[in-house]
Design a protein around this ligand. Sequence first.
Ligand code: DSN
Length: 415
Amino acid sequence: MKLSESDSQIYQLIKKEIEREEYSLILIASENYVGEDILDAMSCVLTNKYAEGYPSKRFYSGCRYLDEIESIAIDRAKELFKAEHANVQPHSGSSANMAVLHGVLKPGDRILGMDITHGGHLTHGARASFSGKFYSSFGYKVSRETEMIDYEEVERVAREVRPRLIIAGASAYPRFIDFERFRKIADSVGAYLMVDIAHIAGLVVAGEHPDPVRHAHFVTTTTHKTMRGPRGGLILCKEEFAKAIDAAVFPGIQGGPLMHVIAAKAVSLKNAMTDEFKEYQRQIIKNAKHLCASMEKKGYRIVSGGTDNHLFLVDLTSKNITGKEAQEALERSGIMLNRNLIPFDTKGPNITSGIRIGTPAVTTRGMKEPEMEIIAELIHRVLERIDDGAFQDEVKEEVKALCSRFPFYAKIYPL
Ligand code: DSN
């Protein structure tokens, strides 16, 4: 039975979400639009199948085709990232990070990651997460002057803390990260280095960001975000850790793999090998730099003064607007982004002094530098009239008109 017949309530809500995504400017740095091939792979009969274990070593019968699919995904991941070993089963980036910690550490071991209030992720040791509860976690911060990672400071903290594992990588950091330097710091204190490239994986494989794979003991990523694949996770490591990592994912922290998602991961890894994908990554960065410069020209302070990657942070302090107020007014105008703490923020994570802006999704739609100028102008006009709901409704119509010039799901679904 069709979904429209069996559950019209859910069917209608999905239709509304397709429309929302089509007619919004998605500037949430971690979001993207997947293509029809990814949607096809994810919504297929592979969801029916249990396949605990790994190719040729399953606990269930009937895994012949799944073995082939997972092996293709593994081989493509190894080829694309030039890695010795890949595990494609983590359900998410958080699961990938959890598996590495579970695989090589004991509860209570010390870890050192980027402080969440300075751009790190929950799973890099934040108190609210397993990573801060089961492990003894410490954080490094960015420099107050440059708002960039101060490698000497990381080294100083590492010497003081003597962690078993150091985590490099971030969720809200607009600058290149020097992974070679991180490895030197890790070696100097006898720590493992795990690099989380969830945000920048697409840029890395396209050669647009320094590559951590040869420097790190473990690299984790998500397969959505700049990779533009299905929502999921992936772990890369040296061969010597392959057994420990595989055992940590299954049976360590997960049961049956999501084989429909693994099939979609394989498709996205193939897509990421194309020249079109490399060009897409270059445009993401060009768009981020252009949008960032356009905002700066309009008088906004940009954290660290710019961006090297797909995102940047805007400090709204001098505008007397909180990140929360900005996020809400922009959402009403059809512009989706998230409030974000800025380094040394005096406000909490629910209010914040900043917003995070990313370009992967608008770039997927085909938008380029001229559209970035229009977007900066739209954001500026909304923020100037932050309390004017009627004006925000008017802007929403302009956003819709801009989005209509760059159709994406309108080409697949009747809207
Ligand atoms: N939620 C993701 C982000 O927005 O950066 C990280 O997991």
